[in-house]
Each structure stands twice: as structure tokens, then as C-alpha cells.
Write a protein that binds this ligand. Structure first.
Ligand code: PMV
Length: 338
């Protein structure tokens, strides 16, 4: 069976209808960068879900519809974006053996174009709502593997809290599961929104290029296995220092890779570097155990224990007036909502 083809079940759903689901974006502590067919990663990755970055999606399967229609924050998708969503709906249609088209209406809690990747929360919510609207149920593992096909990081937005995505060897064995519940460790992730708008080179293209970096092999063979161990230990012992140095190394290496592929991409801006400088040289030296991580974009995620929330509020107002922030705690995974 090809990695892109979930199993087709025998029974055709009797009652196709509607369902609505919520899912949260997640921040990777160990990054997924570089993939094989079917969004299979090169290593395990670890993340936690972000309480205030959500997507709510409703799916209605309807035989009267001539084609899929997808609306995100009131805007109807067309061309490549519609095709990507439709391909995901095809996976659900194939798996449960029906042909009806869907009306999909999706809303993000974070404003469009703030540069937060909505693909993780988006494909996680779409997967759950599409399956539920088909009157079907999948195990959390199956749902995570399904969401992975839409966007790799979406696999991690299905389970609760702190999440491990297993590399796996094939479509079924590459899925994410919860390793700690959301309230296990009161961490905060404040996203500092420095740049708005879509990135010039999307992550799908970045994943395909990653292996051409001369740093990629060492990353996968040596660095990630070591850092995975460190993150597991940091989580187990709630060691913010160990967590912090490890996520910063990871973030720097992610950007080293993007900048050294055959077709290099730089996602960082002067503002990113300025904020990292403030975080490391001012806030940390003033005694706040705050550490940065980055996705494939310019916005900085500041991670710190929640008991430092007041201090963080004070220093960010002092040093970064006018910057937009989104404060998050670790949160639940994807759920059905009314
Ligand atoms: O799921 P994608 O294809 O959008 O890739 C996500 C890539 C990063 O956000 C940079 C890292 C990660 O593990 O989330």
C-alpha cells in the first residue's frame, strides 16, 4: 500500500452529515524538517499544543454539492490551496468509500496573515471533523496518521498536551501520541509577532530541500538523537535550563539547514535577530529563565515557566512596545465541538 493511501474500509457510511472540531497549533521542541513520501519524517519530534492558537472547522458532506468548497476566515479557497484541502478530503472519501463533496468552513483564533502556521491546527481539525461528519470514528493513532498526510505537524495537534511524533516506517506507524497531559508542566509560550504575511517559500518545499544541506546528515544521525534524549530528560525532571538550551540549539539548526540547501531560504529578519538578542542578553541576564524557539518563519516563541509571567509582561512592555503577542499554555488536542 502506498504511504499516501489509507486503508479502504468495507462499509459505506449510512449517514453522511456535519460535524465541527477544534484543534490547536503546536510548537515543536524538536523540529520536523525534511520528509519522505507521505510526510514521513526522518526522526521523532516533540511539541506541545498552544492554548490560544486554534482552528475551528465544520465539515458537511452533501450529495448535492458539485465540488468541495472551503472557506477560511470568510475567504473561499481556490487553486492550489483548495486542491490541497480537497486532496485531504479525498483521503477520507477513499478510506470510508464514498464520493460526496464537502462544504468546509474554518476559523482561526489568530488573525489571518500574522505568520503563525495554521496548517497544524487546520489539518488536525479538518481530519477530525471530516471523519466525524462521515459518521465514523478512528482511533487517536489513526487520526494522527491521517492528519499527518495533510501537514506533518498536524499529526501532533491531535493528542493532548506534550506530544511525541514517532518517526515510523510507513503510513500507519508514523503517528503522534501524548507523553504528558497539558497541566503536567506550567510552561508559557509567548509568540512575538514580528512579521505578518505568508512566507515566500512554504514548508512543503522546504521539507523537500532539507536533505541537500551539508548539515542535514549530522543533524539526523547525531544531533537530533542527542537532543531527543535531552528533551525527554528535561520534561521528565521539569528542567527549564536543559529544555531551554536544547530548543535554542534546535531552532538555530533548523535555520542553518534552510540557509544551506541547494536553493537556500532565509526566514529570519532583522527584527527576529533583534528580539533574540533582547531575550538572551537582557531578559535572561535579568534572571528570567526564558528561551527562544522559531518555526520556519521570522516570529519568535519565548518559552518560560508560568511563574515568570508577571516579569515577562513587564520586560516586554519596556523593551518591545507595539509588538503583538499571543500568550499560550500547553493545551488539549483536537476535539469535537457543537
Ligand atoms: O507541518 P509542516 O509541513 O507545516 O512543517 C512544520 C515545520 C516546522 O514548523 C518548522 C517544524 C515543526 O516541527 O513544526
Amino acid at each position: 500500500m502506498s504511504a499516501d493511501r489509507p486503508r479502504i474500509t468495507e462499509s459505506r457510511p449510512e449517514r453522511l452529515g456535519s460535524a465541527r472540531a477544534i484543534a490547536h497549533a503546536n510548537i515543536a521542541l524538536i523540529k520536523y524538517w525534511g520528509n519522505k513520501e507521505g510526510n514521513l519524517p526522518y526522526s521523532d519530534t516533540i511539541s506541545f499544543n498552544l492554548s490560544n492558537c486554534t482552528t475551528k472547522t465544520s465539515v458537511s458532506w452533501n450529495r448535492a454539492l458539485p465540488h468541495d468548497s472551503v472557506f477560511i476566515d470568510g475567504v473561499e479557497l481556490s487553486d492550489k490551496k483548495l486542491e490541497r484541502a480537497s486532496r485531504h478530503l479525498d483521503r477520507v472519501r477513499r478510506q470510508f468509500g464514498f464520493r460526496e463533496k464537502a462544504l468546509v468552513v474554518s476559523e482561526n483564533s489568530f488573525p489571518m496573515g500574522v505568520g503563525i502556521a495554521s496548517s497544524a491546527s487546520g489539518f488536525a481539525a479538518l481530519s477530525l471533523a471530516a471523519v466525524a461528519a462521515a459518521g465514523q470514528e478512528l482511533s487517536q493513532k489513526e487520526l494522527s496518521a491521517l492528519a499527518r498526510h495533510g501537514s506533518g505537524s498536524a499529526s501532533r495537534s491531535i493528542p493532548d498536551g506534550f506530544v511525541l511524533w514517532h518517526t515510523g516506517e510507513d503510513s500507519e506507524s508514523s503517528y503522534a501520541e501524548s507523553i504528558y497531559p497539558p497541566d503536567y508542566w506550567a510552561l508559557k509560550d509567548t509568540v512575538l509577532i514580528l512579521e505578518e504575511g505568508e512566507k515566500a517559500v512554504g514548508s512543503s518545499e522546504g521539507h523537500k530541500l532539507a536533505h541537500t544541506s551539508p548539515h542535514f546528515e549530522k543533524r539526523i544521525k547525531e544531533n537530533v538523537p542527542r537532543r531527543l534524549e535531552q528533551i525527554h530528560k528535561a520534561l521528565e525532571t521539569k528542567d527549564i535550563g536543559l529544555l531551554g538550551v536544547t530548543i535554542e540549539e534546535e531552532a538555530r539548526e533548523l535555520h542553518l539547514i534552510t540557509q544551506t540547501t541547494d536553493e537556500p531560504v532565509n526566514y529570519l529578519t532583522d527584527s527576529t535577530l533583534k528580539v533574540i538578542n533582547i531575550l538572551v542578553r537582557k531578559w535572561r541576564r535579568e534572571g528570567i529563565p526564558v528561551y527562544f524557539t522559531l518555526d520556519a518563519g521570522p516570529n519568535v516563541h519565548a518559552i518560560y515557566p508560568s511563574e515568570f509571567t508577571e516579569q515577562m509582561l513587564a520586560v516586554r512592555e519596556r523593551d518591545l512596545p507595539g509588538v503583538t503577542f499571543i500568550d499560550n499554555s500547553p493545551s488539549k488536542g483536537a476535539e469535537i465541538i457543537k
